[in-house]
Design a protein around this ligand. Structure first.
Ligand SMILES: [Zn+2]
Length: 413
């Protein structure tokens, strides 16, 4: 079976018919030029923008949908960690699987067809979260591409460093896809980087580190990571997530770091929702934006992705599992153009995840979301929530919206 998408508007404003054959784009022609074939499933998408499907490069499906169970009393990162550690003992395997599965379906309904999720590994979680998320990955195979990162917890109490290192090895044995960590949370940041780096290198897995999730202008974890990658020739792929401190470095310092990041091939994932929520709580006046230096990184030629991070948990009580939310925040708080912002949540996110990038061109991967909207701005602003999600040559999710204004002849769909 093939899909014929009639009268779509693409990212470049072209008005097109597009035929998808399985996992690839088979035909692209001006709107009206492709006649339906007997085996085509035809969708008239006039009034829709056909966008490369987003990917979520940084989720925490193990924590998702728990904000009502554990409010963050201080609203900052430390408060979120305290809250999640208090409730994680009550996370049964089934609870983890159920919440992660529900969250993944929310992402998919909104157009996200690939998700990289971290799984807490450490004294408070053991390897339970990793085991559950590996199970979810297998259950969703063929529907959503899930990558699981074993997030090695920073030691929170004496003796936890050795325990967490052992648990990280056990999580890798369970079949996770990447090694993670949060070196900036360690009392000894170099030791935190060393643990995750060594395990990833020894096991031959990519690395995705929470990096410099702080407004401390002296934090240089990203620079140290980039230099480590270059000096060791680490070749399995490296992503640095958050990198908030880069946004408060002096411009010349940030530019120098960004150049090293680009040269090292380290992808950077910006996470505006969670960072804007957690960061800057101690600055009630002229509160700094908790956002990495997206413009400086792009100018340096670095790979920049963006995602939603936490989904209604103690780290972020908001979140719609919708890449339009992260993209619109990049426009508002990161001063990217709408096109740049969509690139960050789709092509950039996929590059960070080591995935091919969909484009409207013959032979390209056919992963798209068609959003009912008169412009790219309207699509990303979320004004048109009606959408069709296309993956692997079929419709995998469809959302219709109908608004009625009683007593008036106006309706929107
Ligand atoms: Zn995270």
């Amino acid at each position: 079976m093939t899909l014929l998408l009639q009268s779509v508007t693409d990212l470049d404003g072209r008005f097109l018919d597009v035929r998808l054959d399985g996992a690839t784009v088979a035909d692209v022609a001006p709107a009206g030029a492709l006649a339906p074939r007997p085996d085509d499933e035809v969708h008239d998408l006039a009034g829709h923008h056909l966008l490369p499907a987003p990917a979520e490069p940084h989720a925490h499906l193990d924590k998702a949908l728990t904000s009502h169970r554990a409010p963050n009393s201080t609203g900052d990162l430390a408060g979120a960690i305290v809250a999640i550690r208090e409730i994680s003992a009550g996370f049964t395997h089934q609870d983890l699987v159920d919440r992660a599965t529900r969250a993944a379906h929310e992402y998919l309904a909104n157009g996200t067809t690939a998700i990289r999720t971290h799984a807490d590994v450490g004294a408070h979680a053991g390897t339970r979260h990793a085991r559950a998320l590996v199970e979810v990955r297998e259950a969703l195979a063929g529907l959503v591409d899930v990558q699981v990162v074993a997030l090695a917890s920073a030691p929170w109490a004496p003796g936890e460093a050795e325990l967490n290192a052992r648990l990280l090895e056990e999580a890798v044995d369970l079949g996770v896809d990447l090694v993670g960590g949060a070196p900036h949370m360690w009392p000894d940041r170099a030791a935190g980087l060393e643990l995750s780096f060594q395990v990833a290198q020894r096991r031959g897995l990519p690395l995705d580190l929470h990096t410099d999730e702080t407004l401390d202008p002296t934090a240089q974890g990203l620079l140290h990571l980039a230099r480590r990658v270059r000096s060791t020739g680490f070749a399995h792929g490296v992503t640095a997530s958050h990198c908030v401190s880069l946004g408060v470095h002096p411009l010349d310092v940030a530019r120098a770091t960004a150049a090293e990041v680009a040269a090292a091939g380290v992808g950077v994932v910006a996470l505006p929702q969670t960072n804007l929520y957690l960061q800057g709580r101690d600055a009630p006046v002229a509160t700094p934006r908790g956002l990495t230096a997206v413009r400086t990184l792009l100018e340096a030629g670095a790979t920049v992705g963006a995602g939603g991070d936490n989904l209604r948990d103690p780290f972020n009580p908001m979140g719609r599992a919708d890449a339009t939310e992260a993209a619109s925040l990049l426009v508002t708080s990161g001063h990217l153009s709408t096109r740049e912002a969509w690139d960050a949540v789709s092509a950039g996110a996929r590059r960070c995840m080591g995935l091919p990038v969909p484009v409207v061109a013959v032979g390209a991967p056919a992963e798209f979301v068609a959003i009912a909207a008169e412009s790219l701005d309207a699509a990303v602003a979320g004004a048109g929530t009606a959408r069709l999600v296309l993956s692997r040559g079929r419709v995998v999710a469809s959302t219709q919206v109908r608004r009625v204004f009683p007593g008036r002849a106006v309706s929107q769909s």
